[in-house]
Ligand binder design. Sequence first.
Ligand SMILES: Cc1cc2nc3c(=O)[nH]c(=O)nc-3n(C[C@H](O)[C@H](O)[C@H](O)COP(=O)(O)OP(=O)(O)OC[C@H]3O[C@@H](n4cnc5c(N)ncnc54)[C@H](O)[C@@H]3O)c2cc1C
Length: 402
Amino acid sequence: MAIAGTKVAIIGGSIAGCATAQALIRAGRNVSVFERTPASLSDRGAGIVVPLPLRDQLIEAGYLPTDYAHCVMGERWWQHHDGSAGGRRLWTQPSAGVTNNWSMLWRALRSGVTDDVYHGGVALREFSDQGEFVSVTLSDGTTRHFDALIGADGYRSAIRAKLHPEARAVPAGYVLWRGNYAESELVDRCLLDEADRTSAWLTLTFPGGHGVLYMIPDFEGKGRRVNWAIYSRPPQALGGDGVTSVPPGGVSAEVYQTLEHLLADHFPPRIAALVQHSARRNVSIQPIYDGMIDSYGQNRVALVGDAGTMTRPHTGSGATKALQDVLALEDCIAGHTDWPAALADYDTRRAAANNTLVELGRRIGRAQVEETPDWAAMTPTDFADWTQATLDGTSLYFYEKA
Ligand SMILES: Cc1cc2nc3c(=O)[nH]c(=O)nc-3n(C[C@H](O)[C@H](O)[C@H](O)COP(=O)(O)OP(=O)(O)OC[C@H]3O[C@@H](n4cnc5c(N)ncnc54)[C@H](O)[C@@H]3O)c2cc1C
């Protein structure tokens, strides 16, 4: 028999919050989502990658529509600047996954949550687990009682902070430059056409970092966008501390010079041009953080998505982890008769697995940004061995064959 108590509050209406709401609504729960942002979230992110089986599972389970737009990854080209137009291919790595447009993913998940359930512009102020119920105080001035509270409130989660006051967001000490634009804007498609033949995505290696470039669906699901991201040491002009986030429109000419130098020194001209196609006003800088916690659920309160652990983006798991959390939570709720037992089960399933992912993100960051090898000297065999050493017995979906 499933859990009797049915009133659930979900804090945060982004990827994790909307997916959790869909799961609980389908399970017959009385759900309320509280998202502090009044407007649509659809202009937030860019490209996100998920495993193909997860996408199929989400479609089959009804989270995503059958015509949900995505692009397929087939292999990964590790390129290095050798003075030629496109650079030298160091390694062709099998790579499986599907790329998504953040906005399209959010919109698809949000469309499964009706407006009477989703309360935009309402923030969590305070909560207290009273044993038999959870008391939740909101920015609309109300205090309400729920059978359970799900924290889907992202990487600065107030719910995590209360459950785990010791938990810290740990800066990695490096940043991610990002941009994307419609593929139709490009004149020189030479490299993309070549990559398309094998659904390849690019990794451009340089001392102290690397860049990635892959296609994502366009905002309406018609056509594609070129999505790029470059991991590197923080620009000195930003203070060099690697903790300052700069949204599109905020990158000054002085800060942007760091990217220009990076492209000029280490990127083959054809790949540099694909990055430089993004106007400075459309480029953003994101500091990289991560963080672990030792528990995902306590009594009547649970965490999903970035509100739990935070992984570095190298693991391609921001949305993946959130969606896997939700699927596990759905399963645990169906398999138990009370919330504390369901959430204890959920904690067992997710905390260790997600902390392992955080550790993997740290190893990848060390190998591919903080302590980069002499890339140009590496043979394909060296790359394969180096990758296995980084994985250290774990697996990562986009390091595998499709
Ligand atoms: C602006 C932005 C851009 C991103 N871009 C990318 C990207 O391009 N690629 C990628 O892989 N990942 C990206 N991510 C991360 C990715 O979305 C997440 O890793 C993943 O999808 C898990 O999402 P989440 O729902 O757990 O957290 P989030 O997407 O961070 O959502 C948390 C939500 O909780 C809300 N919230 C926070 N506190 C409260 C409160 N007190 N009361 C009510 N609501 C609250 C926030 O407004 C937010 O909507 C981005 C995240 C953000 C926030």
